[in-house]
Design a binder for this molecule. Structure first.
Ligand code: ADP
Length: 246
């Protein structure tokens, strides 16, 4: 369970990225965060694994404070949070296998990581994860030889190998074509439904948010202006969020 308790974030230039957010996300939810550019979606997502610090309030995950965590605790918390981004964040010249294996790095000491000393189980986990996203045949292919959709599936597989309980996806389909977009969203839905992982997605498309999520949260100027089921997102609400029906 992720809890935002009165969380605000003010950037150095005075911009309020988040403005008094109170929010509880239960395990196993598929949450889409929508809103105009600059509404605070990335700020919200990135504060969950403390890629940005908040200015006020507290975020806890299963009772552990993310905001107050020391270095070691933060490392342990982050181990269980996978991150998927628009630009895939892969080492493009490395193989699919190496990129997916890197999901295990949070479990090893720096020294073991440097020498890439992965266990037999890690290699098995890598194969299982790639099979789940339909890419096992690409195990030894370099990532720069893959399509955008395939690269995104490699980054999804990496979060599985990481054994993350929470998957944060920051505009995961922004650079993909419509057909590939559907496939990636279905992969995330499949992981959510069959493995019970919590998925939180920042997304521009209201239609995709409606189709794939169990809950939609809308932000406007750092404030939460909608929190409900997809069917509760009425035209009137859309006008409030976007200034028009989209
Ligand atoms: P979204 O993801 O919805 O597009 P962001 O969370 O990226 O919105 O940004 C929210 C607001 O905070 C915007 O006004 C943006 O310009 C501002 N902002 C984001 N990052 C920074 C930063 N590092 N420094 C200053 N302002 C920032």
């Amino acid at each position: 369970m992720i809890i935002f308790d009165n969380v605000s974030k003010t950037y150095g230039n005075g911009v309020k990225g988040l403005d008094h957010i109170n929010l509880t996300i239960e395990d196993g939810e598929f949450v889409s965060i929508i809103g105009l550019s600059g509404a605070g979606k990335s700020t919200l997502l990135r504060s969950i694994n403390r890629l940005n610090d908040v200015s006020e309030g507290e975020i806890t995950i299963n009772g552990l404070s993310v905001t107050k965590a020391g270095k070691k605790e933060l490392r342990q918390i982050r181990r269980k949070i996978g991150l998927i981004s628009q630009n895939f964040n892969l080492v493009k010249r490395s193989t699919v296998q190496k990129n997916v294996l890197s999901g295990r790095l949070g479990y090893y000491s720096t020294l073991k990581s440097i020498f890439g000393l992965f266990s037999k189980e890690d290699y098995e986990r890598t194969n299982d994860a790639l099979e789940r996203v339909g890419l096992l045949d690409k195990l030894h292919t370099r990532c720069d030889e893959l399509s955008g959709g395939q690269q995104q599936r490699v980054s999804i597989a990496r979060t599985l190998v990481q054994q993350a309980d929470i998957i944060l996806a920051d505009e995961p389909v922004a650079s993909l074509d419509p057909v590939t977009t559907q496939k990636i969203m279905k992969d995330l839905q499949n992981i959510n439904q069959s493995m019970g992982k919590t998925v939180i997605v920042n997304i521009h498309s209201v239609e995709l948010a409606r189709t794939f999520s169990t809950r939609i949260i809308a932000l406007k100027a750092g404030k939460m202006v909608f929190d409900g089921k997809p069917e509760e997102l009425t035209d009137q609400k859309l006008i409030e969020i976007y200034g028009k029906v989209i």
